[in-house]
Write a protein that binds this ligand. Structure first.
Ligand SMILES: [Zn+2]
Ligand SMILES: [Zn+2]
Length: 149
C-alpha cells in the first residue's frame, strides 16, 4: 500500500487522501488479524478521537474496490479485511472467529495462476482459498467438562 497507490485510489473515488484516511489504511496494512471495520475504528480512535466509524467504512470500501485490500470473509455478520493482497490462503475458526494466514506451499499461487483455465472467457480478479474449522485453542476447550455442578 504505497502512498502513491493510495492517493490514486482515493482520487479515482473522488476523495482526498486525508491524514485520517491514511491512518486507517496504515492500520489495516500493519495488522495480521484480519480485523472488521469496528476493530480498525477502535484502534485508530486511540490516536484520532473524533474519527467516525462511517469514515472507516468508506475508506476500507475504497481500498477494497481498488484492490488494495481484500474482504476475506464475513463472520457473524461482520466483514473481515486484509491489507495483504498477495495470493495467500486463510484459516477461519468458526468458534472464535480468528482468521490466520496459512502457508499452502505454493498451492494458492498455483490456483490463482490456473484460475483462468477453470473459467475461460471470464475475467479473474482474485482467488479465495479458505480453510474453515476449529483452532487449537478452541479445540482445547471443546469437550472438556466445566467445573460448574
Ligand atoms: Zn478458535
Ligand atoms: Zn491474510
Amino acid at each position: 500500500m504505497s502512498n502513491a497507490k493510495l492517493r490514486e485510489a482515493f482520487h479515482a473515488a473522488g476523495m482526498r487522501l486525508t491524514r485520517q484516511r491514511l491512518l486507517i489504511c496504515r492500520e489495516l496494512a500493519n495488522r495480521y488479524d484480519h480485523p472488521d471495520v469496528e476493530k480498525i475504528h477502535q484502534a485508530v480512535r486511540t490516536r484520532l478521537k473524533r474519527i467516525l466509524l462511517f469514515t472507516v467504512y468508506r475508506t476500507v470500501n475504497v481500498l477494497e474496490q481498488h484492490g488494495l485490500a481484500w474482504r476475506v470473509t464475513t463472520w457473524k455478520g461482520h466483514a473481515r479485511y486484509d491489507g495483504n493482497t498477495h495470493a495467500h490462503a486463510h484459516f477461519l475458526c468458526e468458534e472464535c472467529g480468528r482468521i490466520d494466514d496459512v502457508d499452502t506451499q505454493g498451492a494458492c499461487h498455483e490456483m490463482a495462476e490456473r484460475a483462468h483455465e477453470c473459467v475461460p472467457n471470464r475475467q479473474v480478479r482474485r482467488v479465495d482459498m479458505m480453510i474453515i474449522g476449529t483452532c487449537e485453542e478452541c479445540l482445547a476447550t471443546t469437550g472438556v467438562p466445566t467445573d460448574t455442578p
